[in-house]
Ligand binder design. Structure first.
Ligand SMILES: *Cc1c(COP(=O)(O)O)cnc(C)c1O
Length: 380
């Protein structure tokens, strides 16, 4: 039999059984009236839930394709863009923009910290930018950007579109397209929505849709808003085959999120993260992100002296829990743990108990229960 493991990495997140059941359903034709109805409901639901008066596009592809779709539809070769990078995934925007021939300026934060909104404002005042790109939660550093605040800043520069990679945020950390002044927001199915990988949702506000019109013909094909808009309005039409079972799975995920409430869900995530950080710190692990900008959907925990990363994570796996290695400068020095979506307190306790065991087996001085206890105290 295959070994049962609890996957606590920063995506894919655990998939609950009602979502799994949707993945396992018998296939239907994409022209089946029942599927058309389901797809239409998902499109409308996602738009309403994230307060987007423009258009939600739930499409086949991973988060990276959503990044490309965002850039493709609102910029043209030679435009100035500003990338605000808080780590590895912020940096991914740089290459996407450069390949498109955009003049790409970058504000890079020290890993674990964020760029102050005041600094962003200074940059926006200096040059005319077609767009500003930022990650909501950077999955390499587990910092979160103050989107509402930055949205206020970007609003003062009407020519600049505000593009937010919320792949590791939306469905966990709160995001609201219209109220936060976001022009394009996107997420991936496998992160805080708790679905298998393979689908992304991109929300485009009216300003982004207008910018796309102004651009005329663009070189990109699959990700062109113009190709998908007629399908989003009438999912009975065909452009490219929808990921049928993923549409159903996302529909179930959206129903779970709607029932919990987006704001309540964000609160649950932040309470859990606060408690987890207490638990990890009680085990002498250090949280990479500065206290003021810690994400609630994942954490990067830096090992105490003397812990071997590969050995630690292999011990974790033997305990039935998977955590991820760290990236960049922190590779080998820290691990990343995801806590987003439909995880339970039981999952958290199991994960922390495995951390305690694996640290102890790696030679750390651990009193069993000290991490789990601090976590549970924090959850009171
Ligand atoms: C996971 C992630 C991505 C990449 O998404 P894929 O689905 O792997 O293509 C990009 N940005 C952030 C912030 C992410 O967490």
């Amino acid at each position: 039999m295959e070994k049962d493991v609890l996957v606590m990495i920063p995506g894919p997140s655990p998939v609950v059984s009602s979502i799994k059941e949707q993945m396992a359903r018998d296939i239907q034709a994409f022209g089946d009236p029942r599927f058309i109805k389901d797809y239409r409901e998902l499109i409308v639901d996602l738009g309403t839930m994230f307060n987007c008066s423009g258009q939600a596009f739930p499409l086949a592809g991973t988060g990276t394709l959503a990044m490309e779709m965002a850039v493709a539809n609102v910029t043209k070769r030679g435009d100035n863009v500003l990338v605000v990078s808080h780590g590895f995934f912020g940096d991914r925007f740089i290459e996407i923009c450069q390949r498109k021939g955009l003049n790409t300026d970058v504000l890079s934060a020290t890993w674990g910290d964020i760029i102050a909104p005041e600094k962003i404002e200074v940059a926006l005042a200096e040059k005319e930018y077609a767009a500003l790109m930022i990650t909501h939660v950077d999955t390499s550093t587990a910092v979160t950007a103050p989107l509402a605040y930055i949205g206020q800043v970007v609003k003062k520069y009407p020519e600049t579109l505000f593009i937010v990679d919320s792949i590791a945020g939306s469905g966990g950390e709160f995001a609201d397209v219209d109220d936060m002044g976001i022009d394009i927001l996107f997420t991936g199915s496998q992160k805080a929505f708790g679905v298998c990988p393979g689908m992304f949702v991109l929300w485009a506000g009216q300003k982004a849709l207008d910018r796309r019109e102004e651009l005329g013909m663009i070189p990109e094909y699959y990700v062109d808003f113009t190709k998908w808009l007629p399908i989003m309005k009438d999912p009975g039409k065909y452009f490219a085959t929808p990921a049928i079972n993923l549409v159903w799975a996302m529909k179930e995920a959206a129903a779970i999120i709607r029932e919990e409430g987006l704001a309540a869900r964000a609160k649950r995530h932040s309470k859990n993260a606060f408690a987890l950080h207490k638990g990890l710190e009680a085990l002498n692990l250090r949280i990479l992100a500065q206290e003021e900008c810690r994400a609630s959907t994942l954490s990067v925990a830096i090992y105490p002296q003397g812990i071997d990363d590969a050995q630690f994570r292999s011990l974790m796996w033997q305990q039935g829990v998977v955590v991820a290695g760290a990236l960049g400068l922190y590779a080998g020095k820290a691990f990343r743990v995801g806590h987003m979506g439909n995880f339970t307190t039981g999952d958290m306790v199991q994960m922390l108990a495995a951390v305690e065991y694996s640290l102890a087996a790696s030679g750390a001085d651990i009193h069993f229960g000290q991490g789990v206890g601090a976590y549970l105290e924090g959850m009171k």
